[in-house]
Design a protein around this ligand. Sequence first.
Ligand code: G4P
Length: 288
Amino acid sequence: MSEVQNIQWFPGHMTKTKRKIQESLKLVDGVAEIIDARIPISSRNPDLDSIIQNKPRVILMNKCDMADPSSTQKWINYYKTKNITAIPVDCKKGKGLNKFVPAVKEVLKDKIERQREKGMINPTIRVMIVGIPNVGKSSFINKIAGNIKAKTADKPGVTRGNQWFTINKGFEVLDTPGVLWPKFDDKIVGERLAFTGAVKDQIMDTELLAMRLLDFLKVEKNPLFIERFKLQNENIEEIESFELLKLIGRKRGMLISGGEIDTERASIMLLDEYRAAKLGRYTFELPK
Ligand code: G4P
């Protein structure tokens, strides 16, 4: 069971997390919000804006190694129009993380300037990390704080002190003070969180997820996907997703007795190969 499913998202927990974040806001200069670059809408906490209000913020578009680069750029441009700095990062490999401190300093430059005028030379900059489960918060902290082990299991109701990590002299990050909830009451959001792996799929309908994924793949027609399943001669966009799933299963010889196609197995294979980045890079949500 995944963290998202495991957690009992009850109003009391959400209120507590909200309070913890609000209290911690007093301790930091800004907020680093980690989102999944493949699903920049679905991987955001719906209430974060109202929780952090006008606190300076940087968005880290994580897992950008799995997202379509031109779509990531579209998002960055979009955020720019909203006066928000967003940087693409890959916290698995550590790519893009060298831009983090300069981006935060740029966002905070007025404040830093004011402090300098008051005679405070190089005051410590403190930033709070927030994000929904599995978005890569621990990976980010582990990479940026030089492999200091960050707590991975953050469960609601477990009290723990604020955990600070020093990135370099005069720059500290605060590990997320509570588990932020996704927009879990929205079916489409739930499905996207599931096929990108934020929610493990044991409890979801695997075939449905595979079909939802195929809804995208058949339109994108990424050569990696086409070649992998030898779909060159098919007009895949016109094929209904369940039929396409069957076709893929047949191509892989996934049959059950009676010559029927094992769509369950085909679904698992498809989702696994997508998550292992074998089918190409995709972004499932674009700015409006
Ligand atoms: P969390 O603290 O926000 O809950 O997330 P965490 O860092 O535990 O990351 C969740 C999963 O996402 C991990 O995979 C992690 O390796 C992966 N991940 C984090 N950042 C990136 C990234 O930039 N690119 C890619 N491709 N993956 C990323 P896992 O399957 O749970 O573990 P493992 O594969 O590392 O063993």
